[in-house]
Design a protein around this ligand. Structure first.
Ligand SMILES: Nc1ncnc2c1ncn2[C@@H]1O[C@H](COP(=O)(O)OP(=O)(O)OP(=O)(O)O)[C@@H](O)[C@H]1O
Length: 271
């Protein structure tokens, strides 16, 4: 619908995490974690509380610096990029606790996302120089497409603060997609959703990949969602990668069972 279909070399992983470690004083939040995410993949990242999932997301958004290791995005080292170059690079993100402009309408929130990619520059905007109107109308068209894609037409002109939590989460998704990311980082998208919303979330994540050509890295505690939607799953525990593979492989991995359920459950599962 909206995205370029062929960006970058198809054989290079879109995201390469290579021996990444993050330390906070004496705490090792990530300890030599490596894995790749291929273009067009939905990759689930799981692990018990404190495993290091958010720390990894924060490294990908450059909110945290890696203490060691390297992250490559689309073949380029992300770890050396200045923070101000992150906007427009092609990594979109949603947050566990929504990060929306609550007193703005749905449409304006999505437009903010469009402008983070196609800003016309302060002087151009201030003097309404040629090109500004075209950029503005492209942004509006794109916002309308995404509002429709996320089934937000009926609330497009309502203030975000007045909407149910599940709807606000879809607004956040629309805004992240408005910047035309190649990679979308979803931080616990199922958290706080009701049963019905949960059911449609899996389909929506697949649609984002299939119809918008966006690669997805998903942190999620809701196991049936992450196992149902992911092409591959990476499991962390105490900052280390303990398993990587298909959902079925990771679900059956003894270290994953031990991390989630304790050693007794592992013995039961093996029996
Ligand atoms: N800014 C920080 N300062 C100090 N310690 C931190 C910081 N951020 C994370 N940590 C620590 O790093 C470890 C990994 O935390 P992280 O939040 O990445 O885990 P998580 O897998 O996302 O957990 P959850 O599922 O509960 O969100 C934890 O021990 C946490 O306390």
């Amino acid at each position: 619908m909206i995205h370029d279909t062929d960006r970058g070399d198809k054989n290079t992983p879109l995201l390469r995490i290579d021996a990444v470690s993050v330390r906070f004083g004496g705490i090792v939040a990530l300890d030599g974690v490596s894995f790749d995410v291929r273009r067009g993949q939905i990759c689930g990242l799981i692990g018990p509380n404190g495993a290091g999932k958010s720390t990894l997301f924060n490294c990908l958004s450059r909110l945290y610096e890696c203490s060691a290791g390297r992250i490559e995005f689309d073949g380029h080292p992300l770890t050396r990029l200045p923070r101000h170059r992150m906007a427009g690079l092609g990594i979109g993100r949603t947050f566990q606790n929504l990060a929306l402009f609550r007193t703005m309408t749905v449409r304006d929130n999505v437009l903010v996302g469009c402008h983070s990619k196609h800003h016309a520059g302060f002087l151009r905007n201030a003097f309404r120089l040629p090109g500004v109107a075209a950029i503005e109308s492209q942004a509006r068209a794109r916002a309308d497409q995404l509002i429709h894609f996320l089934d937000l037409d009926a609330v497009a002109d309502r203030e975000v603060a007045d909407l149910p939590f599940g709807t606000q989460k879809r607004v956040e998704l629309a805004r992240a997609l408005a910047a035309e990311p190649q990679l979308l980082l979803l931080d616990e998208p199922a958290c706080g959703l009701n049963h019905e919303e949960l059911e449609s979330l899996g389909t929506l994540i697949r649609d984002i990949r299939d119809r918008l050509n966006v690669t997805v890295l998903l942190v999620e505690h809701h196991m049936s969602l992450v196992m149902g939607v992911s092409d591959k799953v990476v499991a962390l525990n105490f900052g280390k990668k303990i398993a990587e593979g298909s959902p079925a492989e990771v679900r059956a991995h003894p270290e994953v069972i031990r991390a989630y359920l304790g050693e007794e459950a592992e013995a039961e599962a093996m029996a």
